[in-house]
Design a protein around this ligand. Structure first.
Ligand SMILES: Cc1ncc(COP(=O)(O)O)c(C=O)c1O
Length: 396
């Protein structure tokens, strides 16, 4: 049994070093509440960085995993499997898409989408957006905007051009007969919680159709109820050619998906692959998760709570905050100073939240959060922004 006091030091010594960790050891969670190694309670607005829309230890996910793990955990797509078949059909129907390639993460979903776009169109170039985030593997990283993530690893996949988000004229200038696909988030998450403006995605859709490019929507962070819709693009009334999903797809179990419209058709044999993709264990969890998303009031509730929270934060905007943005329970508060001290002050008050860049406070509560906990957390956010930090102290 590992000494909990020593475990943080052990982890610091042995883990890659690629993550900047907070001074906190989380040992268990239930719903939207996390507990540290001293059994202190925290309201979770990190939501597993978007992977815990169903919260922690959701009973439907636990039951599905327990049941499936006794039957079969791994089964590569060399063979048919009934749980996978059922999930692929349910997911395609839910997203109004024809086919799906299952993988294991968001970056992998985007990587697959880029390959499929090249294969389908015979074109090489990708148009992505400034402040966009699509993952850390070489193709997805090339489409990611943040230079500090990209530059140390160049040369990356060539042929990616970045244009300003929410600017249809710049998009029109960039998309031509060499463009395989336009890759967009519906709300830019890591880049600072910037929602697509009304009409932007529809204009991108029309442009892609005119110029023979595919529209890829990266809904890795916005999918599965986060914005108050099963998929965020439903609110924009736009259908993509390729839809990338991951994070909360399987109730916290690692999984990703690349959904393809009828236009894409079936991929040629051996065009892509993944050992773990479509494992029965992940499919069972994902099937249970989809059932919760589709057959409970969780998503309309997220829409209603999100609207109430956005209105409340805007009505009580502390001087340190410039702007509140968001859709559903995906909320960003643009600050006049650095977010790091705000995160520390919130943690000291039992609330865990995320940054999105250096100056945006990002809130991704599990959709199952109790209303009382949500409002306690919002009071802490407003209080911390009013009292704990000033723009000057926030420079730390
Ligand atoms: C929009 C978007 N795409 C892709 C990714 C990468 O997902 P993963 O970390 O599962 O590779 C993320 C992760 O934050 C994301 O927000």
């Amino acid at each position: 049994m590992i000494d909990l006091q020593a475990s943080a030091a052990l982890e610091d010594a042995r883990s890659s070093g690629a993550y900047v960790k907070r001074d906190l050891t989380i040992v268990r969670g239930t719903g939207a509440i996390l507990y540290d190694d001293a059994d202190n309670r925290y309201i979770d607005l990190v939501g597993g960085q978007g992977s815990a829309n169903l919260g922690h230890a959701h009973p439907a996910i636990l039951a599905a995993l327990e049941h499936q793990m006794r039957d079969l955990i791994s089964c590569p797509e060399l063979f048919h499997n009934p749980v996978r078949a059922q999930y692929q059909d349910a997911l395609c129907r839910a997203a109004n898409m024809a086919r799906v390639f299952l993988c294991n993460s968001g970056t992998e979903a985007n990587e697959g989408a880029l390959k499929i776009a090249r294969l389908t169109t015979g074109r090489t170039n990708i148009v992505a957006t400034m402040r966009g985030f699509h993952g850390r593997t070489m193709g997805a990283l090339a489409a990611t905007w943040e230079k500090t993530y990209r530059q140390p690893f160049e040369p990356l996949m060539p042929g990616v051009r970045h244009v300003p988000y929410n600017n249809i004229d710049k998009l029109a200038e960039a998309v031509d007969e060499s463009t395989a696909a336009v890759l967009l988030e519906v709300v830019q998450g890591e880049g600072g919680v910037h929602p697509a403006q009304a009409g932007y995605l529809a204009a991108a859709r029309r442009l892609c159709d005119e110029r023979g490019a595919l529209l890829i929507l990266d809904e890795v962070q916005t999918g599965f109820g986060r914005t108050g819709y099963l998929f965020a693009h439903e609110a924009d009334d736009v259908q993509p050619d390729i839809l990338c999903l991951a994070k909360s797809i399987a109730g916290g179990v690692p999984m990703g998906a690349v959904l393809m419209s009828e236009r894409i058709g079936a991929l040629p044999p051996s065009a892509h692959g993944s050992t773990f993709g479509g494992s029965p264990l992940a499919c069972a969890a994902a099937l249970a998760a989809l059932d919760v998303y589709q057959n409970t009031d969780l998503i309309p509730r997220a829409r209603r709570l999100g609207e109430a929270v956005l209105a409340h934060l805007r009505a009580n905007l502390p001087p340190m905050a410039r702007e509140v943005r968001g859709r559903g329970l995906m909320i960003g508060v643009e600050l006049r100073g650095k977010v790091a001290p705000v995160l520390r002050a919130l943690q000291a008050r039992g609330v865990l939240a995320l940054p999105a860049g250096a100056t945006v406070l990002r809130l991704l509560p599990p959709l199952v959060i109790e209303e009382a906990d949500l409002w306690t957390a919002m009071a802490a956010v407003i209080d911390v922004l009013n009292n704990e930090t000033s723009p000057l102290r926030a420079e730390a």
